[in-house]
Design a protein around this ligand. Structure first.
Ligand SMILES: [Zn+2]
Length: 253
């Protein structure tokens, strides 16, 4: 990663809170290698094209994310057509589950470990309090455990905070093959990805894609201690990687 100067580094990788600069959870977590990303890049025509897809896809994810958070805040947001199936699936989920948001898009700070982050939501879900992280990805990846453990670890520094659960709420939308082979197709950032159903029938099927259908997946993440340990290991590595800039930030203090 290239930073032009220390101010650029500070704003790109952290937050200034009450005059103190803290590295950001998502920046720290990004230090971990993501092998699946190599495959994505290799599958594209060229690097610039891959970057364009990745950015467009992130933008689409942001629209869905913002719409859902606005709904959680009891606002009545306009629902963009592009994400309407996923939002509808979320509204169904909200009807079937009791969800009481306490904090949305809130900055959390660990003074003990010196980092900060913005968590999506601290909520009561069916009577249990926890950190709810909204993802708009293809699957629920293990890396999400590292990110969410950082929020819980920071919240735990408040002595009156009760024990917290962690959940990933994954929202997505895809088209199903109407010939009934069980395959799904999803388009993100203009990139078409087909997830074939297992079996010979699916590989031979001349798929015909139906309407976009929204999907919701809720998963509770176990093993917080393991994830917290992995997060703090990421943080150590992140500090090593950024030593040049961190020395400039903390030298003067
Ligand atoms: Zn098919």
């Amino acid at each position: 990663m290239f930073y032009s100067n220390v101010e650029n580094f500070k704003s790109a990788t952290g937050y200034e809170i009450d005059g103190i600069w803290y590295p950001r959870v998502t920046s720290i977590v990004s230090i971990k290698a993501k092998p699946a990303l190599y495959k994505f890049y290799a599958d594209q025509a060229n690097f610039a094209g891959a970057e364009a897809i990745k950015n467009k896809s992130a933008e689409e994810g942001t629209i869905l994310h913002e719409t859902v958070e606005a709904i959680l805040k009891n606002e009545q947001p306009a629902i963009p057509d592009s994400v309407a199936p996923a939002v509808t699936a979320f509204l169904d989920f909200k009807k079937q589950n009791e969800i009481i948001p306490h904090q949305i898009e809130t900055r959390v700070v660990s003074k003990k470990h010196h980092y900060a982050g913005t968590m999506d939501c601290l909520a009561e879900l069916n009577g249990q309090l926890g950190v709810l992280d909204i993802k708009t990805s293809y699957a629920i990846y293990r890396d999400y455990g590292i990110q969410t453990s950082a929020y819980v670890e920071a919240l735990r520094e408040n002595p009156s905070m009760p024990p917290l659960k962690r959940w990933i709420l994954r929202l997505d939308q895809s088209r199903h093959c109407i010939r009934g082979c069980g395959s799904k197709m999803r388009e993100k950032g203009g990139n078409i990805k087909i997830r074939p159903a297992k079996g010979v029938a699916a590989s031979k099927c001349p798929h015909v894609w139906g309407e976009l259908i929204g999907e919701v997946e809720l998963r509770e993440l176990p093993d917080i201690e393991k994830d917290t340990k992995a997060f703090l290991a990421c943080k150590d590595l992140w500090i090593w990687e950024n030593e040049y800039w961190l020395k400039q930030i903390f030298r003067s203090k």
